[in-house]
Ligand binder design. Structure first.
Ligand code: GLA
Length: 740
């Protein structure tokens, strides 16, 4: 598996474990996409795939290349204005105002491995043994513009990573109007578009619709990837299920405005583009300057969506997430937010921490309210110093005391924000994103700092560093609770104001990069009013993210199910909270809350000092259980079996890589009186291995569990628990002679 180039260096075949990606150079120097799908043999030429026809009333490239009509060709990275009327992958404006470009092939570079990008989060192959990178060099001779298309394959995971670099070689200014990271022209449109859209408290709900002529897109203009639309999406064949069929999964390694679009044209082809949202984007390229787009990834599976998600999970673990944490056991957290909100005192914090330690919890996180004079959400953002009125001994003392109890210590920050009622605002009101001649829009009583300015990034780096050093901190929850408005930076020229969005994200990434480099043992968790910035850009620095402010386990079944398509369980954090739930008012058992939260990086958001003796004992056992199976929950192969979006039940399973251990969750969402039998089917086991299943005396071969399933009677249970029932099945391999 590698990148093959034919003898006359016109056909490029990127061969992965189960898939092939092929393109070639056309006679006019442009690129023609030929194929991306199930692996096919390497050949010198693919004449029938390379063929193109001329059609009436389409426009030819030129008189010289009269037979080439861009609209009849699948393209690799298309321009606009020479006969392809679909949305282009990029647009560059020259000095004369024209946006016409014709990129012609100049050559290629091929190398083993994959370098990290300089100022953006990116995939990597530090050892240089897994990946191979091909760069195609194209130029527009009139603009004197070079475009480098980078393709990296990670063959084992069927993952292709793409990004683009634009270099201005001319003596004039050029303006980039659009610069997508990935384009994929598919030859037909018989696909379903599966997207994960939502809102605060109901993030990443699954929507599946068939492609239709015209444009369908997900995007963000919130200067954040947002809870409204997640950048991850899939295109699957109509008949594709979790277990079979073709599916492509796309994602974008970026935390700001994005636009992921599919355009179905009049010939029924589907063009996919993934990249920075061109609305609110424009980038000036002075002579010799370049622009590098963030990376986009696409993976292919012909074995259904579970395999696609597993490929991505394994890929992220080895080639995206900070290696200091990507394989590490994530600690069991107790987060103070729903216990205290802003009502803090040293005594209360230490009591909670002691009770947490007693139950087996490993990391205590002091959430909002410890800094400045923040007694509610109206003040102090930006003042990252201890609030001595409530924590008189200081945060260093508190951290020390918590470490002495035997717990790790973590703190909440919302670094990108500023409150008007803060010392920072008194001294640096101008650091707030605003326009001098207009009133600022406000969200959650707060404003956003201008991270395009180096002095702002430096201030945040210094003040957060001080606290990390003072507390010997183990963990940071990095929150972001409002979206950006009043876009303007006093430091940018008027012709550069549309660079703001990207420059803001670069400032954020610089800050995170400096912090994780200086403090490599601090675990970062990202958050944005819950799961509002759940994206691969942040995941590069912060290996886990708060999945949602909604901790109701029944709601969480949907949220975690939706999230699991594009992200792995270790990336999601889920906490057991109080019942009735503070967000939904729904009442659920401690078992149900715990069973759902297990399938993640697990924790509590609960006043554990107030649990009864019996509840404490139950929690202790639940924590021991999680510790025993932690690596299975966090890093096992995750299977979705029943979907809460389409069934009366939800069911998930994790299976160890060696297929010796597995746990299945069955959650009944709508119980009926006097129901029939329910069969629970397992996935991913070894058909010839013999297994025990908790609650059953007999042993089972894997094929029986997967094909015949287990018959569960819910009738009695449904009568006792009229609402929701969850049940865990623990599956362990047993030695075969035990089989009866
Ligand atoms: C956001 C987060 C919560 C909590 C609060 C604190 O809403 O999602 O988990 O940290 O902020 O203000």
């Amino acid at each position: 598996m590698t990148i093959y180039i034919n003898k006359d260096e016109t056909v490029f075949h990127l061969e992965m474990k189960d898939s092939s990606y092929i393109f070639r150079i056309l006679e006019n120097g442009e690129l023609q996409h030929l194929y991306f799908g199930k692996r096919i043999h390497v050949k010198e030429n693919y004449n029938q795939l390379m063929a193109y026809e001329k059609r009436g009333f389409e426009v030819s490239f030129s008189e010289e290349f009269e037979d080439i009509q861009q609209s009849m060709i699948q393209n690799e990275y298309s321009s606009y204005g020479k006969g392809d009327f679909r949305h282009p992958a990029f647009q560059v404006q020259g000095m004369n105002g024209s946006r016409i470009t014709t990129l012609k092939y100049q050559g290629f570079e091929l190398k083993k491995g994959k370098n990290r990008l300089n100022s953006l989060p990116s995939t990597f192959d530090d050892i240089g043994q897994c990946a191979e990178t091909l760069t195609i060099i194209l130029t527009d001779s009139i603009l004197d513009l070079t475009v480098r298309l980078n393709y990296t394959i990670f063959p084992k995971y069927n993952v292709l990573v793409r990004n683009t670099e634009f270099l201005n070689n001319s003596n004039n200014k050029l303006t980039l109007l659009k610069a997508m990271s990935l384009q994929l022209d598919l030859p037909d449109s018989q696909y379903d578009f599966i997207q994960f859209s939502g809102a605060w408290l109901r993030e990443r709900q699954l929507y599946r619709t068939s492609l239709r002529p015209g444009i369908q897109a997900i995007d963000s203009l919130r200067y954040s990837s947002s809870p409204q639309q997640n950048p991850f999406f899939m295109l699957s064949r109509r008949e594709t299920t979790e277990h079979s069929g073709e599916v492509y999964g796309f994602n974008f390694i970026y935390s700001g405005n994005f636009q992921n679009m599919i355009e179905v044209d009049h010939f029924d082809t589907a063009r996919v583009t993934v990249g920075i949202n061109p609305v609110e984007f424009r980038f000036l390229l002075n002579p010799a300057e370049s622009f590098v787009t963030p990376e986009a990834i696409v993976t292919y599976s012909d074995q259904g969506m579970n395999q696609m998600s597993q490929q991505l999970s394994d890929f992220y673990r080895h080639h995206l997430v900070n290696p200091n944490f990507s394989q590490a056991s994530r600690p069991i957290i107790l987060n103070s937010w729903e216990t205290f909100y802003f009502d803090l005192s040293t005594e209360k914090i230490l009591d909670l921490a002691k009770a947490a330690k007693d139950l087996g919890i490993e990391l205590f996180v002091l959430d909002d309210g410890w800094f400045g004079h923040r007694k509610d959400d109206k003040s102090s953002l930006g003042d990252w110093v201890t609030d001595r009125s409530r924590l008189p001994e200081g945060i260093g003392f508190l951290a020390d005391a918590i470490h002495k109890i035997g717990l790790q210590f973590g703190l909440w920050f919302e670094p990108e924000m500023i409150s008007i009622d803060s010392d920072l605002y008194k001294n640096h009101a101008d650091w707030t994103i605003h326009l001098l001649d207009r009133e600022k829009s406000v969200g959650r009583n707060q404003y956003v700092l201008d991270l395009t300015r180096q002095e702002v990034v430096d201030y945040l780096f210094d003040s957060i560093s001080k606290i990390i050093i003072e507390t010997n901190l183990d963990y940071i929850k990095w929150d972001m609770n409002r979206h950006i408005t009043d876009i303007y930076s006093i430091e940018l020229d008027s012709e550069q104001q549309m660079e703001f969005g990207h420059r803001y994200i670069l400032g954020l990434y610089q800050l995170l990069d400096r912090l994780i480099t200086k403090f490599p043992s601090v675990l970062f968790e990202s958050c944005s009013s819950g799961g509002g910035r759940f994206d691969l850009g942040l995941m590069y620095y912060a290996p886990q993210a708060w999945t949602s402010d909604d901790t109701d386990p029944i709601e969480r079944l949907k949220i975690q199910h939706g999230t699991s398509y594009g992200y792995s369980p270790s990336m999601m954090t889920a906490h057991v909270s109080i019942s009735p739930n503070e967000q939904s008012g729904r009442q659920t058992s401690l078992d149900t809350r715990t069973n759902v939260a297990y399938f993640s990086s697990f924790g509590y958001e609960l006043d554990v000092t107030r649990l009864s003796v019996e509840e404490k004992e139950q929690v202790r056992e639940q924590i021991q259980f999680y510790k025993k199976y932690r690596s299975l929950f966090q890093y096992g192969d995750f299977y979705r079996i029943n979907s809460p979006f389409s069934c009366d039940s939800a069911s998930w399973q994790v299976v160890s890589k060696n297929k010796c251990q597995s746990i299945l969750l069955y959650a009944l969402l709508n119980s009926k009186l006097n129901p029939g039998y329910t069969r629970v089917y397992f996935s991913g086991l070894d058909k010839d291995k013999c297994y025990s299943v908790s609650g059953f005396d007999e042993f089972f071969y894997g094929d029986e569990l997967m094909n015949a399933g287990i018959k569960v009677s819910l009738s009695n249970l449904a009568l006792c628990v009229p609402e929701y029932l969850t049940k865990l099945f623990v599956i362990e391999e047993v030695v075969c002679k035990l089989c009866k």
